[in-house]
Ligand binder design. Structure first.
Ligand SMILES: [Zn+2]
Length: 284
């Protein structure tokens, strides 16, 4: 992926290693934990990782920290990709006669207090609809590369674009509609809705890739395959198999590897939002 020397977003909040600069505070469980667990289930994270993170008791706070951070290659890369998503979604929203509101992106290490509660890097990247922030611990990229065999800069860009896809769903009211169904449908049905939400975020990541390529020619040979590998590496069937050794289809919340890669590709090939209605697609 060609990214060096391009515009970086001003929406990156770098709080890595904020033990020195950031205020730390101790926390307990309670209602915040419950809300967070629910959100994690919604976003497809592994709630166990959350409970593990509760035991540490030390969290950094994004608001207290110098947003310049380390400004190394990793944060520059994230800034450029986030800027690409801003340019793409501003253009797409304009075409829809709407105004795109940019999300913030928080880079953290180990643990963070988000508007959705406390999180650890072990939960993987996530989007918090409440504070409209994407949270990424760059350690996840190492995991993607070393444990899931899906490294590469475009794979990393896909992860950001997927989370920004959740932000787009939030702006379009889709997140709220899915959330409103919680408790009104069975758990299995709710998981189905959650899968559709995730696959749509993959589709939206694909739409971003198409725009980024058309406007800035950033996609190099092999990049799309790289993103598809990442999309399929984080499919629920594969993650569940890795952690439990077997697969339970009713508890899928992200879609299978094959489904994730296919919806990403569909977004990339069509670039057309009307093709991404995973909620009414008869076949996922
Ligand atoms: Zn997601």
């Amino acid at each position: 992926m060609l990214w060096q020397g391009r515009r970086e977003s001003e929406n990156v909040e770098d709080v890595r290693g904020s033990g020195g600069g950031g205020r730390r505070l101790a926390v307990g469980g309670g209602i915040g934990t419950l809300v967070l667990v629910i959100l994690y289930l919604l976003l497809g994270g592994d709630p166990q990782a959350l409970f593990d993170s509760q035991q540490g008791g030390q969290f950094s706070q994004p608001a207290q920290v110098d947003t310049q951070g380390l400004h190394d290659d990793a944060s520059k890369f994230v800034g450029v990709v986030l800027a690409d998503t801003e340019d793409a979604w501003h253009a797409i929203f304009r075409q829809m006669g709407r105004e795109y509101q940019e999300p913030k992106l928080v880079l953290f290490t180990d643990q963070i207090r988000s508007g959705c509660g406390f999180a650890s890097g072990a939960t993987g990247p996530f989007y918090c609809p409440t504070d409209r922030r994407v949270y990424i611990d760059l350690g996840f990229y190492r995991l993607l590369q070393q444990k899931l065999g899906a490294g590469g800069d475009f794979a990393e860009a896909y992860v950001i674009a997927h989370e920004v896809g959740h932000h787009v769903q939030n702006l379009l009211g889709i997140t709220d509609r899915v959330e409103a169904m919680r408790g009104r449908v069975s758990e299995a049905e709710y998981n189905q809705l959650s899968v559709r939400l995730e696959l749509q975020a993959d589709f939206l990541a694909g739409v971003w890739a198409r725009y980024a390529d058309r406007i800035k020619r950033v996609v190099e040979a092999g990049d799309i395959e790289e993103a598809m590998r990442a999309a399929s590496a984080v499919g629920d069937d594969r993650l569940q198999y890795r952690s439990r050794g077997y697969v339970v289809p009713d508890s899928f919340t992200h879609g299978t590897s094959e489904q994730r890669a296919r919806w990403f590709r569909r977004g990339y090939e069509t670039g057309d939002l009307s093709q991404g209605d995973t909620f009414n697609a008869p076949l996922l």
